[in-house]
Design a protein around this ligand. Sequence first.
Ligand SMILES: [Zn+2]
Length: 171
Amino acid sequence: MFMILPILKYGAPGLRAVNKPVETFDDELRKIVKNMIDTMYSSPGIGLAAPQVGLGIQLTTIDLSVGEDPGQLIVLCNPEIIYQEGEQKCDEGCLSLPDFSETVSRPLRIKVRGRNAEGEEVQFEADGLLARCFSHEIDHLNGVLFIDHLSPLKRSLIRNKIKKLAKAGDW
Ligand SMILES: [Zn+2]
């Protein structure tokens, strides 16, 4: 069944919640994963973290091809960054902050380990956009958003714009 989950926007407490590790790798989890992938593709986005759809678990889906290349789909539970180096600065957005994008500094190369939807241990080495994406999504699992990496001035400008949008009922 195709299911699109509502995505929480900046200001929703779920985005700042503490997320529990996935412990049971069962059909229920695989259903959640499927719904997250459907939601990610239809948004469309290259990554989605469970807290963005109100689920307080350490689960993220990533696909730089947005469904074009099945080989690029990554499902990662309980991810842990085991190595990172370098720096890249690029424009970055987030499905929870629609229409906002800012330059964010991220590691250039990253090594991540976790489990897939079957509970098997998996490990990824990435650079460029994929490294950025891992860093962004793992941030979500720790309640961190990309605007937290900006200067206080840029952050408050965005916050004020969102407040205005919220007042107008557009957020
Ligand atoms: Zn995001």
